[in-house]
Design a binder for this molecule. Structure first.
Ligand SMILES: Cc1cc2nc3c(=O)[nH]c(=O)nc-3n(C[C@H](O)[C@H](O)[C@H](O)COP(=O)(O)O)c2cc1C
Length: 341
């Protein structure tokens, strides 16, 4: 079984990656995750200035996953870049790519953060746009608005030569609209999804369980939301989709890849079961793919797109071989596991 996948011109030894934030950023820990068999590691999102985050409790296991309101606590991108340089030096000999995650409260702040993390030469920059835009009158997150999301993407792209993946929020009416906007603005890939907005109540305290009241839901409860987002995005976008949300075993990885994900990130499962989880799940996914008759992991990407299969069938029978996109990308063919416009 050939486990490697290529994405954004980068070779990943396998498609199972550490998601941003769940383990923080510590070079030794990222190295441990890589040595444990991860296909790539992502750092915790860093912002231009340090942030203390929200008061405790910030993370709770509620039985079907986690609810968190960490508040993007981080030491700031200048401190982060030194850790990333160390992490890069440790990961390079292992052939495991490093993904640096950034966020900011202004469009220019994203440009600055991208410029600073680029000094560590990460293989990919992941742009977390699920944070409030201070220039917006309601402080709405950039991820909720196609114009703001595109502005951030353009600014980051013009601030770095490193490939850029934009991480989308599921808390929108139409995630594909946002995906198209960031693709047109130059994103090399999209990541779907960040946490789903939620709240739980402590019936004895008669108030929400989190000090911040609301938080982000992750873990098994959100898997179907993430699978649908990845399916919908990969049906329409020409750039690769990185899937994340509720993945906790090898079968989940295969599901996410069949839905159209080129790479799959894991967050809550790693937090609950430890850094070695990724290597174990990558090996399990490869065994399952082999048992299903696939020769390589790359071949699994997008095979669940039944519309495309139907059209490929028509193609073989002499019918038309293209699929109508959503008006914006009219003709798409299914080619080598990817949708290309
Ligand atoms: C405690 C915690 C911290 C997180 N921190 C970040 C972060 O800093 N940046 C980011 O883009 N996503 C962050 N996330 C979201 C995850 O990267 C991921 O998108 C989400 O948890 C869904 O994946 P999962 O169900 O595998 O956990 C965080 C999630 C959790 C649970």
């Amino acid at each position: 079984m050939d486990s490697h996948v290529d994405c954004c011109g980068i070779r990943f030894p396998n498609p199972v990656m550490l998601a941003s934030g769940v383990l923080g950023t510590e070079a030794g820990l990222l190295e441990r995750v890589a040595r444990g068999g991860a296909g790539a590691v992502t750092s915790k999102s860093a912002s231009p200035r340090p942030r203390t985050g929200h008061p405790n409790p910030t993370v709770l296991d509620w039985g079907y996953g986690l609810i968190n309101a960490v508040g993007l606590a981080n030491p700031g991108v200048e401190a982060e870049v030194e850790v990333l340089k160390d992490a890069k030096a440790r990961l390079k000999p292992l052939g495991v790519p490093l993904v640096a995650s950034i966020f900011a409260e202004t469009v220019d702040g994203f440009g600055l953060a991208a410029e600073v993390v680029s000094r560590a030469q990460p293989d990919l920059i992941e742009v977390n746009i699920s944070c409030p835009n201070l220039a917006h009158e309601l402080g709405r997150p950039f991820a909720l608005d196609p114009v703001s999301a595109a502005r951030v993407t353009r600014t980051v792209k013009s601030s770095t030569a490193i490939p850029v993946a934009v991480k989308l929020s599921p808390n929108v009416t139409d995630i594909v609209e946002i995906g198209l906007a960031v693709q047109e603005a130059g994103a090399d890939a999209v990541v779907a999804i960040n946490t789903v907005a939620g709240m739980l109540i402590d019936i004895h305290a008669r108030r929400p369980v989190l000090a911040n009241l609301e938080g982000g839901i992750s873990g098994p409860a959100i898997k179907p939301v993430a699978i649908k987002a990845v399916y919908d995005l990969s049906r329409v976008l020409r750039v690769p989709v990185i899937g994340v949300g509720g993945i906790s075993d090898g079968k989940d990885v295969i599901e996410m890849m069949m839905a159209g994900a080129t790479l799959v990130e894991l967050g809550s499962a790693v937090r609950l079961h430890g850094p070695e989880t990724l290597g174990r799940i990558a090996a399990e996914a490869a065994r399952i793919a082999e048992s299903l008759g696939f020769g390589s992991m790359q071949d699994v990407v997008g095979v669940a797109h039944v519309e495309q299969k139907r059209h490929r069938h028509l193609d073989a029978a002499g019918g038309h071989g293209t699929v109508r996109g959503r008006g914006k990308l009219p003709h798409q063919d299914f080619h080598a596991g990817h949708l290309v416009a």
